[in-house]
Every structure is written in structure tokens, then in C-alpha cells.
Design a protein. Sequence first.
Length: 157
Amino acid sequence: MFVERDTGPREYFQLPLARAHEIFQAAYQMVSGLSRTVRGPSMSAFPGKVVIDGVAHIGGEKVFALQFLQARNPDWVRKPFYARYDAKATWMDELQPAFGKEKFFFEEQGGSRSEPAPDYTPRKVIPLRRAAGASCSGAGSGSGCASGSGADLPHSA
């Protein structure tokens, strides 16, 4: 069972992870053993595919039990890790490490919970100019052909 990705119009489909786990558990309990090879709910997050294995109480703390099904680093696969239970969290980057830790194990090894912000550099717009000696023959009105060589060409916004 896939959790909606953290892109586009996700607010139409998103559920808290706790609710997604409840739905999965209820459905899982109703199927035969042949269908119990399914996994879920899982997220295709930046560090890898993360599955919520369950909700547990460990050391007096309510936690999500998680693991990577696939990961950017193969050493992370099938290694359990825990996040503080958050009934409102809808995606991996909204979860906090359990047991008072500052970071998840994969963050300590150089990984990230979410995609890095893109390096946004505004694009430089270079106005087009008609080549010297170019002809505007056959151009009708509204063609953007200006008189004289080297005139600016029209551009769309």
C-alpha cells in the first residue's frame, strides 16, 4: 500500500501515516495467508522506500517502527529504525527520531529525510535580435517584423 507522494496536489489524497497504518492493518487482517506478502504502508521518500511496520510502545514511548525496503545506501535496507508517534504526520520529513535522538541513523551517515532544496538560479533572458541583413519579405501584419536590421524580435512572456 503506497502513501501518496509529497508532490503536487497531495492534499486531496493525503492521510496521516497513523491512519494509513490503521487502514492497512484492518485490510491485512481480513486476507488469507496467500495475500500476506504485501507490505505497507510505504513511502517513496528521498532516502529510499520506507515501510511503516507498525506502532509500538518501547521504553514508555509510542513510536512508529520503520525500515527501508530500498535505500540510497544498501547498508540501510531492512535495518529497523523508530520515529516518535505523530498522529498528524503525513510524510517522512514530518517524523522525528524516537528516544530523544536528534537524527535518524541514516542522517548521521550523510542521508537526508527529504530532497535537498534545488539550487535555484534565476535564468538569464537574452533578447533575440534579427540577424543583420535578414529579410522580412512575405511577413504579414502582426509578424513582429520591424523595419531595419538588428531590430528586437517580439518575445512571449
